[in-house]
Design a protein around this ligand. Structure first.
Ligand SMILES: [Zn+2]
Length: 394
């Protein structure tokens, strides 16, 4: 793996919004001082913007949402695994240098994560949660596209069973545990905020995961359930459809993250295209304004925020999600921060806000200036993950 030297790029700090034109050097998986690289591959990109790569912190790489062709109905596990990998590698080519999978077919995310880290394939840094945990009849049950022989959620009931399931996930090598704490948009007989685990069941998940050093992400639409989850050390609330000021204050106090996945309530075209049932479309429409208010309550309270698309294909849909976050009221710079530094911090990479020596070299170079228009992020000139080029300038 050769050293890299990006020459004359405009390096963007997504905390301040300021940029400095300079050379950026990469050796092994880190940004280093330009004087440190030896016989580097030189990339002349004068005037291009270099920033940290994007993160999709709420992904289901093999999921069948969205899948208008219905091809996935007829897949077994091997075809699912191949399609998930292709989706992830394509995402990296579109500037998504980090992905957190939060419910994925057993073993698929862990296997791809290791393959990408080892450099066997050019893909994103991938955090794996394995199959999500839900109760019988809990969120996800009603999703109609059930491929043959693939389980991307486990139905679990009772505190002892949640202990066993969480231990089984840790044993498989997951980086996160995902639990479906409340209802959501899709099932007819749930609401966005009905609690679906007992306190004992949630305690079981958190106790095992925390003892083993694994953070917990929760599908959670309810403000009161999010408060409980935050107080008990839960790390990230997914969706947060009905969060209010009180919940936001508790999450901020405990450093609990929000990954808002705005598109699932804001993108009407997706719902039609993907054939959502009428009750799900109606619930999404009824939730859309509340969901945007919940996001802005969290922004105001200082809740740390990361971006997540929830929908495939990851590459294109993450870019769409950034648009929906901006439309919901976030400043463009706050969206850029959530999409890059947010993901890095949630993943525990580092706290830096610009690519500087010592930073993990997951980088994105674009021709335009994303401070003027987030669409500039959609056409990368160069992308690195683990310090390796995934996209090279033509
Ligand atoms: Zn999801």
């Amino acid at each position: 793996m050769s050293d890299l030297l990006f020459r004359g790029v405009r390096v963007l700090d997504v905390a301040t919004g300021e940029s400095v034109t300079q050379d950026v050097a990469v050796s092994a998986d880190r940004v280093v001082e330009a004087s440190r690289v030896v016989d580097p591959q030189v990339l002349d990109l004068p005037g291009a913007t270099l920033l940290f790569g994007l993160w999709d912190c709420h992904a289901h790489p093999g999921s069948l949402m969205h899948d208008p062709s219905a091809r996935g109905y007829f897949e077994g596990a091997p075809a699912w695994a191949v399609r998930a990998g292709a989706n992830l590698m394509d995402a990296a080519r579109q500037g998504v240098t980090g992905v957190r999978a939060v419910s994925e077919a057993d073993g698929v995310d862990v296997a791809w994560s290791r393959a990408f880290a080892a450099g066997e394939y050019a893909g994103p840094r991938l955090l794996a949660a394995g199959p999500g945990l839900r109760t019988t009849g809990g969120h996800g049950t009603a999703y109609p596209r059930k491929p043959v022989g693939v389980e991307w959620e486990w139905a679990v009931d009772g505190a002892d069973a949640f202990l066993r399931a969480t231990r089984a996930l840790v044993e498989r090598g997951v980086d996160w545990v995902k639990v479906m704490l409340t209802g959501g948009l899709y099932s007819e007989h749930e609401s966005i905020d009905d609690p679906q685990l007992t306190e004992a069941e949630l305690d079981a998940v958190l106790t095992v995961a925390h003892a083993r050093g694994v953070p917990v992400a929760a599908h959670c639409g309810s403000a009161r359930v999010a408060e409980t989850f935050a107080r008990r050390g839960g790390r990230s609330v997914e969706h947060g459809y009905a969060l209010d000021e009180r919940a936001a204050a508790v999450m901020a106090e405990h450093g609990t993250w929000l990954v808002p996945t705005m598109a699932v309530t804001q993108d009407d075209a997706l719902m039609d295209d993907d054939g959502w049932p009428e009750h799900a479309k109606r619930r999404a429409r009824e939730t859309a304004a509340t969901h945007a208010e919940a996001l802005m309550a969290c922004v105001a309270a200082g809740v740390p925020i990361a971006a997540g698309a929830d929908i495939n294909p990851i590459g294109r849909r993450l870019h769409d999600e950034l648009h929906f976050m901006e439309v919901a009221g976030m400043s463009r710079l706050a969206v850029l921060h959530a999409a890059t530094v947010g993901g890095r911090r949630l993943a525990g990479l580092d706290d830096r806000t610009r690519p500087e020596p010592g930073a993990v070299a997951d980088l994105l170079v674009v021709a335009g200036d994303p401070r003027e228009d987030l669409a500039a992020l959609r056409e990368p000139l160069a992308v690195t993950t683990y310090g390796r080029l995934v996209v090279s300038p033509a």
